[in-house]
Write a protein that binds this ligand. Structure first.
Ligand SMILES: Cc1cc2nc3c(=O)[nH]c(=O)nc-3n(C[C@H](O)[C@H](O)[C@H](O)COP(=O)(O)O)c2cc1C
Length: 313
């Protein structure tokens, strides 16, 4: 497998992959060709301050960052794209994959997939931004995995740099089996470079999916980069890093997040909650006793003791 032929992208994870996280991940683990921001959307008629702050170039040090927008209409598409462009970006990723009922129920994210006319209308605004490179993140459908095939013609007619397909339906949320058969049908119909996304947890699994679909431009990995942060580099360099080296990088990564979040969050409980969230996906193969201590920690001292047991070998 010529692993360098393929790109590895870090799928956005709202609540996890903020600028602090992405910068630290890139510094200690790497192996990622592009990062995405979690989606930016219009809420109560405006932008959320946090979203605007998070895309500021001075906060972001990764080489390739693609801000992601979640538009429900053509007007929202233009306002969100303008915001991203004003911050100096020439790439925008469009989210047609979010499954949260409050969003999908308003025909946004994956909730737009059953409505080809709305997709054509909203994404038609791509033509108004010749200077921006757009990409798309989507699922197989909202309820039916053939919805993506019905959209293929519309999508093929648009100027898109690539499409990332999370091989589930919106209704499946993040659980249940990925549907490789339905993905294969879309893979055959799409004229755009594609990225496969969904449940890749090791460099072997990345290799297998690229072998099965050799015309992919690459793969997008979300939770797998949290559970095994080295798989990108291991896949690209065809190496396995020794345990000691991995744990030492994980420790430095953790310390960077811990001190950055301690600076911006007020109080012990907030920092504790933020760090506990990380461990919902981070290094699940660690000693269960200490993972449980992290979950139950009421004080930072208890939390730190458990983290040190896990990360210092
Ligand atoms: C907590 C969480 C937050 C997510 N936030 C986003 C998001 O903001 N934008 C997006 O396109 N996908 C989002 N996703 C979906 C992931 O990017 C990815 O498509 C999905 O988790 C499947 O890939 P994985 O199995 O490699 O994680 C989110 C997923 C999770 C679990």
């Amino acid at each position: 497998m010529e692993s360098n032929r393929y790109e590895l992208h870090f799928a956005p994870l709202q609540g996890y992959t903020d600028s602090v996280f992405r910068n630290a991940f890139d510094r200690y683990f790497g192996g990622v060709d592009a990062y995405y921001t979690p989606f930016i959307r219009i809420e109560k008629g405006g932008f959320r301050n946090r979203d605007v702050r998070e895309i500021q170039p001075e906060r972001n040090s990764v080489a390739e960052l693609i801000p992601q927008i979640l538009p429900g209409s053509r007007d929202e598409f233009c306002r969100l794209t303008d915001l991203v462009a004003e911050n100096g970006y020439a790439s925008v990723d469009i989210n047609l994959g979010c499954p949260f009922p409050l969003i999908a129920g308003r025909r946004k994210g994956a909730g737009m997939l059953p409505y080809p006319e709305q997709v054509a209308e909203v994404l038609g605004a791509i033509r108004e931004y010749p200077e921006i490179r757009f990409s798309l993140k989507m699922r197989l459908g909202w309820e039916n995995p053939s919805e993506c095939v019905l959209l293929a013609n519309i999508l093929n007619s648009l100027r898109l740099r690539h499409i990332t397909v999370h091989a589930r339906t919106g209704k499946q949320q993040y659980k249940g089996a990925v549907n490789l058969e339905a993905f294969a049908t879309f893979y055959e119909q799409s004229s755009h470079p594609l990225f496969y996304n969904g449940d890749l947890h090791s460099s072997e699994e990345i290799g297998r999916i690229l072998q099965k679909f050799p015309l992919l431009r690459g793969v997008s990995v979300g939770r797998g980069f949290l559970s095994s942060p080295f798989i990108g580099k291991e896949f690209k360099e065809n190496v396995t890093f020794p345990e000691k080296q991995r744990m030492s990088a994980c420790f430095s990564f953790h310390e960077t997040l811990f001190s950055a979040y301690s600076e911006v969050l007020q109080g012990e409980i907030q920092v504790l909650n933020k760090m506990k969230t990380l461990w919902e996906y981070f290094l699940p193969e660690s000693d269960r006793k200490w993972l449980k201590c992290i979950k139950k920690a009421q004080r930072l001292s208890q939390y730190r003791e458990a983290v040190e047991k896990i990360l210092t070998v």
